[in-house]
Design a protein around this ligand. Structure first.
Ligand code: PMP
Length: 357
């Protein structure tokens, strides 16, 4: 038994994996695996409809939003968002780390991008304030990355953008806490952290933002194509959608997002409280900007970091190495990470600290 702290693909809830295992070769008495079902079959139609219904229920998605099950990862959304929303030719982005950098770079191919706030000055260790004065009426949208997977920061309040649609990359914190979907024009997320195995991308988009792509937009990159066909224009990632449905059922059984959020806050506090009292380990992130999903931490030296990662692995704690761009350690504690996993991590850190101080 190990606890997997990978940033993504990451842990899936054990009851979900067990259910999938049980149904793997014979889904609902059909004698076929979900992987073998036609996406147009009644059995699969029921799966995708239930997945959508559950997601809508869990996130309280208003009726005037579409839920799309796409492919191409969050990275493809870096292109789809400007291709569909950039009508006046200008958008604002908030720059909070490596993923927002990629979104900005892609956006620049389609129009003028104003970076209206950035935390680059302090190595992305905080979430910058957004001055409302900087929001021009001429922006087609404002883009944020709600949780910065690599840097371990998160928005705890969202910028007020008035009539300008707020677009959010929620790849690493979708479904981790309650949000008001109506504050956003578009929410997108790769599923491989809180929802499903890799291969599925979730998009939640307000109806009026669909249909704005140019005539020559590639058909697969036009939101209208997918919203008009119930995410069935082509073959969707059927098995990943089935897994998402199982995860949604698991979240609902646990008590919904409210309950998940309170568990997530508890897990994050366990680790942050230890980090803030430790003489060996520390968090590089400013307190009020800390993520409850991805928690980077360091010791005073690279050698100690390496030793710690080794000791943790021996204790059954996997994938604690920080992203190659920032070094140190990172514990990704998504929805599926049990409280016991974080307690074990803190125990191993305490033992390591006693040994080295
Ligand atoms: N945005 C964020 C915040 C991410 O964490 C990731 C992946 N780790 C991406 C975008 C890219 O996602 P994908 O690999 O699904 O394209």
């Amino acid at each position: 038994m190990v606890y997997n702290f990978s940033a993504g693909p990451s842990m899936l809830p054990l009851p979900v994996l067990e259910k999938a295992q049980k149904e793997l070769v014979d889904y609902a008495g059909s004698g076929m695996s979900v992987m073998e079902l036609s996406h147009r079959s009644s059995l699969f139609t029921e799966i995708i409809e239930n997945a959508e219904r559950l997601l809508r229920e869990l996130l309280a998605v208003p009726a005037h939003y579409k839920v799309l099950f796409l492919q191409g990862g969050a990275s493809q959304q870096f292109s789809m968002v400007p291709l569909n929303l950039m009508k006046k030719g200008k958008a604002a982005y908030i720059h909070t780390g490596s993923w927002s950098a990629k979104a900005i770079k892609e956006g620049q191919k389609f129009g003028e991008i104003d970076v209206i706030a950035s935390s680059e000055d302090k190595n992305f260790t905080y979430i910058p304030e957004v001055e409302s004065l900087k929001l021009q009426k001429s922006y087609d949208y404002v883009h944020i990355t709600t949780n910065n997977t690599i840097e371990g920061t998160a928005f705890h309040t969202f910028p007020e953008t008035g009539d300008i649609p707020l677009v959010a990359d929620m790849s690493s914190n979708i479904m981790s806490e309650e949000i008001d979907v109506s504050k956003f024009g578009v929410i997108y997320a790769g599923a491989q952290k809180n929802i499903a195995p890799a291969g599925l991308t979730i998009v939640i988009i307000r109806d009026d933002l669909i249909g704005g792509a140019a005539e020559d937009c590639p058909v697969m990159l036009d939101y209208k194509t997918h919203s008009g066909s119930g995410s069935m224009y082509n073959t969707p990632p059927t098995f990943a959608i089935y897994m998402a449905k199982l995860v949604f059922e698991w979240v609902r059984e646990l008590g919904g997002i409210k309950e998940i959020e309170s568990m997530n806050r508890k897990k994050a506090s366990l680790l942050y409280d230890f980090l803030d009292s430790s003489v060996l380990f520390s968090s590089p992130v400013e307190r009020e900007s800390r993520s409850i999903m991805n928690i980077p931490f360091v010791t005073p030296s690279e050698d100690l970091n390496t030793d710690f990662i080794k000791a943790a692995k021996e204790a059954g704690l996997e994938t604690l190495k920080g992203h190659r761009s920032v070094g140190g350690m990172r514990a990704s504690i998504y929805n599926a990470m049990p409280v016991a996993g974080v307690e074990k991590l803190v125990e191993v850190m305490q033992a390591f600290e006693r040994k080295y101080t």
